[in-house]
Write a protein of this length. Sequence first.
Length: 660
Amino acid sequence: MIRTISEYRKAFLSGKRDSVTGLCGRVLRGKSPKDFETMADDVNRKIVMLVDSNGLAGLIGLSGWEVLMAIGWNEDYAREKLLAGYKVQTIVFPETGTKARLATWDGMLDVVVDAYPDLAVDVKRHRQQLKSTEFATLQTRSGYKWLDVEVKVTNKSQDDPRFMTYERYLMSGRDLVAFRQFLYFSVHLRETYKGDGYTYDDQGQRGVKEYAIANLPISKVGEHELFPFEAEIPPTKQAVADAAPIFTKKSPLTSVPQLPLPGWYDRSLCVNPWFQPNADVIQAEAYRMAGKYGVRKTGKDSPRVFRLHVDEQTDFLSPFTTVDVKTGCVTRVLPHVFRDTLDVPDWWKEGGKNPRNRVVWTDDPEAGSCFQSLSVMGGHLSVPNAWSGTIRSVEWDLRNAAAITGDGYTIDFHPLTARFDMHYWQLRANNPFGLPAGAHPHLFIDGADKPFPVVLPSSCWHPQHNPDGWYQPITRSQEFLDETWDYVNKLGFVVLWTKHCHRFTYGSTLDPLVMAAMYHRNFLRGTIETEPMFFPKGMSWRTEFYGVFGPEYEITTDPNAQATFSILQLFEGFPELGIPPFDLVVVSGQARTHCVLRSMQQAMEKCIASGRKDLLERMVYLWDTSCDIPGFEKNARTAEAEMRKLGVRFETTESFSLCG
């Protein structure tokens, strides 16, 4: 028999079952130590649930995930919270003096009246109907799924008008549906609440007795103990794991033959601002090749391969580029410090009086005006040699097109003024560069190995406070100023990029040759699954998005700082679009030291956190399709070694093929 808190803690963590007497407790969730200072991390929550001694005894021996299900968490809700970084802890304290009521409908509504006295009339009016009306009926009347709203908000962000707070309820019609929504969102009576005093899981299995009490600070509970436990998300798709052996084999993965490059293809079209893919020409060639080589539609692909292209867009491929509109001559201005390391294509250096293409180095006298101007036609954050990597990516896609089932393209889509914009930052007084205080890092070089300024926690760069909100695109509020420093301290550094990838500019579009290859594969395979997916990233001015699957700095109050999709969605499919799960994800893109690397890290972290480490070997990174931003190579090699160790596959376009 377990009688003391310390005895229960030992039994809970060891899994050794025994009966319990005289104790009660609850599971708390949170992201920071402050979240565990009260019985709920939501400061607005007035009522919380407890389990009694029998309930605590029933939790012993369960896995962390099973504990959450036993106390009534919805599976989707639990998955979202854990993937969002929430931690869980158990608090245990003596039953005496808790003033808890069994959470039947009557007991629960009595506690609601105690917490919200001005709702007594509503409780009296709706009590009997709540007991007799199914949850699904009331949810259907509202016209949307309430859980979809719940998983999108946090304790600090309840801006969705459908999230029924106490204040919104008072402004509503206060009918039965609105009252049940208030109980759902603000009192936390979820889908599984039946009002008989027990918890239930998603399958309708009865769990433990639950009781309702007023929320209060942990410090006022009296004798207690708070201890964390791990809750790993279980796999949701076993079918993917069953097919694992195919990915342990060396290439090729299928018997589908490689295809030749199509007739319209020309390498010189890469990084050419004048090239606009002709869909009719590409479609005709794709149909011709499909007939000649027997290319089938995507419906029966095995394995099912998804191609993820990360930021294969003009700003990362192009050098500083200007175009003479009279002659059509393209002039590419390249940094002279990379003269010996750039693999400049021959067609960029045509001779003669009127060349179509020419290269100018930044130490040449004629480079001045070209280099200083921020031309709309061309890039301003060129990754050295990225054009060669993209050509390898495009040609690999064209040759393997008959075995690629679906593809997606991420596009940096930056706001015009962001935290990593030069105008957001200024120099401190007495800086080591001898520049005036308040100077912005416009085209500033922070050493030969760092072509862009880097803000460190001890940096001489700092965010400018602009309380009057004049013309400078800088934040006004102290809150955002503090958030910026937290951003720098948490990440360790913030890179201040030159202007690039701004919304609706040429730089935030896919490279024209990448688009042409996308058209070709779409016409070649010919089903709805071949329609490419597009994922914009960097939608928030408040945080950078290097990776595809999440921000560098999490801001839960900013809806634009949330990930657009998860790596798990690719392996579980898109049922709302009628697209089944994919077996393999092949990644390419720019840059190797930042966006692609961080995307791979995020994918790895998500798979591990969800209990799907088996998925790591189903991700292939085509290493030679990406190039480094100078100054960050060491970090990239370290992260690469860690991912290789955990099973992520690093291949090249020469070593890996989908086709026989």
